[in-house]
Design a protein around this ligand. Structure first.
Ligand code: BJW
Length: 242
């Protein structure tokens, strides 16, 4: 079996990293303005404010740990490979919790919080400390041109060609912990359906696009994802009922 997994903020919620939107209205974008903090225009207007937002989230990430859902997906990747199958893991998350849980190949379509990118030379470097306007690019030596290596609204997500090829090649599309609000990721389920691929949603609660999924499992990711992975590797494959 070839499985395409798309993860979102919900998979890292139980690791203490906030989600952006939830039905209770307590997500990050209910407290902070995404137009100020997650657009190139907002960064150009007030780089210090944007750096402070990402510096706080970077600190939080460095003290967070992967949870049972991240570990289960790492087991699934290894287990499918042993059975001659394959898993593609695409995440919208900028955290590194999949890697720390042992996932070997993670596509970060919205970038990575522990990296900085230079607007002058496009060089990308590991970055674990606070980032600010006084910092110098290690590649070209320019000062004040570094930004978080993340994808803001209006910017092109990374690796869309890789993602499209992986969708072409999948038997099952699974969305975990994502509200399905932000495009192009929100459109992957429709693309999967158009290719005749079975679809499964695993989330705390039904997303607005829940009707697009053939199979649905609801509850905290730390419980639902390990149970689903056990089914997939155990061969019962409840999630792909014919
Ligand atoms: C749990 C749980 C638990 C809680 N267990 N579950 C087409 C139509 C309309 C608009 C557009 C469109 N195409 C483009 C747009 C514009 C825009 C967009 O989509 N806007 C929408 C708001 C309408 N998109 C863009 O600008 C993108 N670029 C782009 O489209 O380029 C042009 C292009 C055109 C054509 C093809 C290709 C490209 C860029 C989007 C960049 C998103 N950036 C952010 C911030 C940067 C990273 C960061 O700071 O972290 O990325 S926004 C934010 O949302 C972040 C996330 O990755 C992203 C998605 O959020 P996610 O992961 O779904 O989280 P939540 O919080 O929304 O949902 C969490 C879910 O978990 C909830 O359902 C909970 O219930 C659940 N949950 N606890 C399981 N314990």
């Amino acid at each position: 079996m070839r499985i395409f997994v798309l993860t979102g903020a919900g998979i890292s919620a139980e690791s203490g990293l906030g989600t952006f939107r939830d039905k209770a209205g307590t997500g990050i974008w209910a407290r902070f303005d995404p137009m100020k903090l997650a657009t190139p225009e907002g960064f150009a207007r007030n780089p210090d404010e944007v750096h402070a937002f990402y510096n706080a989230r970077r600190k939080n990430l460095l003290s967070a740990q992967p949870n049972a859902a991240h570990h289960a997906l790492a087991r699934l990747e290894a287990g499918l490979a042993e059975q001659g199958g394959h898993m593609t893991l695409v995440t919208q998350n900028i955290d590194d919790l999949h890697e720390r849980a042992g996932s070997q190949a993670v596509v970060h379509m919205h970038g990575e919080l522990l990296k900085a990118r230079c607007a002058a030379c496009e060089g990308v470097a590991e970055w674990r400390n606070d980032l600010g306007r006084a910092d110098r690019c290690g590649t070209c030596g320019e000062t004040g041109r570094l930004r978080p290596h993340v994808v803001w609204f209006g910017e092109m997500p990374f690796e869309l060609d890789t993602i499209s090829r992986a969708l072409d090649d999948a038997d099952l599309f699974v969305a975990i912990g994502t509200s399905g609000t932000v495009y192009p990721a929100a459109g992957f389920v429709a693309e999967a359906r158009a290719r005749g691929i079975r679809t499964c949603e695993i989330n705390l609660e039904p997303s607005d696009g829940a009707y697009l999924f053939d199979d649905r499992r609801y509850g905290p990711a730390s419980e639902t994802v390990p149970a689903w992975v056990e089914d997939m590797l155990g061969g019962t494959e409840r999630a792909v009922r014919e």
